[in-house]
Design a protein around this ligand. Structure first.
Ligand code: HEM
Ligand SMILES: CC(C)=CCC/C(C)=C/CC/C(C)=C/COP(=O)(O)OP(=O)(O)O
Length: 302
């Protein structure tokens, strides 16, 4: 093989690799990873016995593929908005590295595989609930609510909050109140998670004409809402302990995490500097992760 052909082959290979990564990026992998953690916790907390490895794996594959599909559809629907915002203007579709058609075929394919895996390998209830979450995020939130009302993320947050219930139904084939309390935790966590970022990126959303709360109601009002939702979250996190799902170990760990979250929200409201909102957003992700790890530890050890 002469040098020119070799270089051409290497360039081709590099193109293929970056293309693969573009599709991977469409699935919002870090968000899906945290979603899967909350689903695993739902599965493991649902019964005293460990679920079989096949139920665990098939459920994770199905929920992961449908979540990734929802994220890819979000990239397609939002391509014009993403092009305007500094945070998102390098995304694969905006840059033309993936076409709308390719992204929709990809979303359709992984979504279909995910649904079939859940329907045939787990149970129809889980398959339909996960599909409903996909529609909730990719269609109801992204296509309508996001552009229509500053309460977009509060209502749309229900789709992202569903995974502990999806994990739960994977194992039990039924909807239990304990599982709904885990959903309620993520539902209440979403506003402080997102509005902290929206405060940091307010100009982006204003430029893209998206009615996020800091744009429509101002930063001061949004900070008050962040503080109130953080206090509400602290109360909501007590409910699984009151219901007897977890012991005092969960309660102590989660209350400590919530006190730190309140500290961020208080600083954001009363003593913010330029970094506070983004720091709170980053902490929100670790907060949710550790809350769900605390549930697991509590369930198995105490
Ligand atoms: C409607 C509900 C939600 C909204 C509006 C929202 C919004 C966002 C936004 C705008 C980002 C920034 C992404 C970026 O930097 O490109 C983000 C990041 C993130 N979100 Fe959310 N989120 C929601 C729900 C969730 C849920 C349910 C989870 C997981 C259970 C989650 C986990 C994460 C993670 C892990 C990141 C960091 C991603 C990264 O660094 O690449 N979010 N979220
Ligand atoms: C099956 C199932 C559980 C589906 C839903 C799961 C899912 C992918 C939730 C994602 C939540 C999220 C990152 C919202 C931000 O969208 P955005 O458009 O406001 O943010 P962006 O500007 O970063 O795209």
């Amino acid at each position: 093989m002469n040098d020119k052909v070799l270089l051409g082959t290497l360039a081709q290979a590099r193109f293929c690799i970056s293309h693969w990564r573009d599709f991977y990026e469409l699935t919002k992998p870090k968000v899906v990873a945290l979603i899967l953690l909350t689903a695993v916790v739902g599965m493991l907390v649902a019964s005293e016995q460990l679920p079989s490895l096949s139920v665990l794996l098939l459920s994770l594959i199905g929920i992961g593929l449908l979540s990734g599909s929802a994220a890819a559809i979000n990239h397609v629907v939002d391509a014009k908005v993403d092009a305007v915002m500094a945070r998102t203007h390098c995304r694969p579709i905006v840059r033309g590295r993936v076409s709308h058609l390719q992204a929709m075929l990809f979303a359709g394919l992984i979504g279909l595989v995910g649904f079939v895996v859940l329907y045939s390998g787990i149970n129809p209830l889980t398959a339909y609930l996960t599909l409903a979450s996909l529609v909730g995020y990719a269609v109801i939130y992204t296509l309508f609510l996001k552009r229509a009302t500053p309460q977009n993320i509060v209502i749309g947050g229900l789709a992202g909050a569903m995974p502990p219930l999806l994990g739960w139904t994977s194992v039990t084939n039924s909807i239990a109140p304990d599982a709904l309390l885990l959903v309620l935790i993520i539902f209440t966590w979403t506003p402080p998670h997102f509005w902290a970022l929206a405060i940091h990126r307010k100009n982006d959303y204003a430029k893209a004409n998206i009615p996020m709360l800091p744009v429509t109601h101002g930063v001061a009002f949004t900070k008050t809402m962040v503080l109130l939702y953080t206090l509400l979250l602290t109360a909501v996190c007590v409910l699984p302990w009151l219901a007897g799902t977890f012991s005092y170990v969960y309660l102590v760990v989660v209350t400590l995490l919530n006190l730190r979250f309140i500290q961020y929200a208080y600083k954001l409201k009363f003593h913010a500097n330029d970094d506070t909102a983004f720091a709170m957003f980053k902490f929100s992700i670790w907060h949710l992760l550790w809350v769900f790890v605390a549930m697991l530890v509590d369930h198995f050890i105490f």
